[in-house]
Design a protein around this ligand. Structure first.
Ligand code: ATR
Length: 276
């Protein structure tokens, strides 16, 4: 029987997931079709019910359904519970299980890029939205010393920081203070939408004080290299864009559905072509 998969979101037109998963499905000779499924929030419950049919192997979940879907599934695994969001659902004969591969994907993309955690690592996350949450909670489980948050709205950062403090040291900083103390950090991540096309503001904060030994990650992949990441490169830092996290979270989702961790080599170039 041909199996079906897809990504649900609203809007979802620009998702790279169909191109990525279709390439892997073809590579591994799996008789499956991956759909782009734009689902309005008011239709979510009805549509999710339909995914229990045997032909559906599972689906990816993106904005704005990552939290709303909780009550519609039969099981939420510990990872998704911890992250407070579902990005992948597996259909086991009508029983829908939700998990989250965003945090795991982020850590794998970092390690693939050569970043090594050790007990003295100090990380700074800029932002306090959904992306910052996934990254912050993933980092909270690594071999590192401290995970701080800087955000325009401090209350949102405080909430995330309190969660991280269950396992690691964590402080909240204003964007101005983070700029001034940037030299203290080994890993700096832009998890805001600042720098994303067609956003007018180029940078979430100045990298004037950054250490050249720091590793800078921008979760944005459109554009592939933000003004902020270019600045980091000029400062001599190692850099990583958001495409890599996207690929690894997708690979982990694919593994959940088929038990195969797919080949990621070449995927970045393939997706850059899709983006252009
Ligand atoms: P996502 O789910 O992608 O993380 P989000 O939840 O909308 O998206 O979060 C966007 C992040 O970008 C937030 O940290 C937001 O800051 P606020 O919490 O203060 O809103 C940040 N952000 C968006 N526009 C910004 C701007 N112009 N300057 C600084 N931060 C900005």
């Amino acid at each position: 029987m041909k199996r079906e998969l897809g990504v649900i979101g609203y809007p979802v037109k620009h998702s790279l997931s169909p191109a990525m998963h279709r390439l892997w499905l073809e590579k591994y000779g799996l008789d499956c079709e991956y759909h782009l499924l734009e689902i309005h929030p008011k239709d979510l419950a009805d549509k999710v019910q339909g995914f229990r049919e045997k032909k559906w192997r599972g689906f990816n979940v993106t904005i704005p359904h990552k939290v709303a879907i909780f009550s519609l599934l039969d099981e939420i695994d510990d990872t998704a519970k911890r992250f407070g969001a579902v990005n992948t659902v597996i259909n086991h004969d009508g029983y829908l299980k939700g998990t989250n591969t965003d945090g795991g994907g982020f850590l794998q993309s970092l390690s693939h890029a050569g970043f090594a955690f050790h007990p003295a690592v100090k990380a700074l996350i800029i932002g306090a939205g959904g992306a910052a949450r996934a990254v912050g909670l993933a980092l909270a489980e690594t071999d590192s010393a401290q995970i701080d948050f800087a955000n325009r709205t401090l209350e949102k950062a405080e909430e995330l920081s309190a969660k991280v403090r269950e396992t690691k040291a964590s402080n909240v900083l204003t964007l101005e203070r983070a700029e001034a103390e940037l030299a203290d950090y080994d890993l700096i991540i832009n998890a805001t939408s600042v720098g994303m096309e067609p956003y007018p503001d180029p940078q979430p904060l100045s990298l004037y004080h950054v250490s050249p030994a720091a590793f800078c990650v921008d979760l944005i992949y459109k554009p592939l290299q933000t003004t902020w990441l270019k600045e980091a490169e000029k400062k001599g830092c190692q850099t990583l864009n958001g495409l890599s996290m996207l690929i690894y979270q997708g690979a982990l989702a694919f593994e959940q559905w088929f038990g195969i961790f797919p080949e990621v080599k070449g995927m970045e170039d393939f997706l850059i072509n899709v983006l252009n």
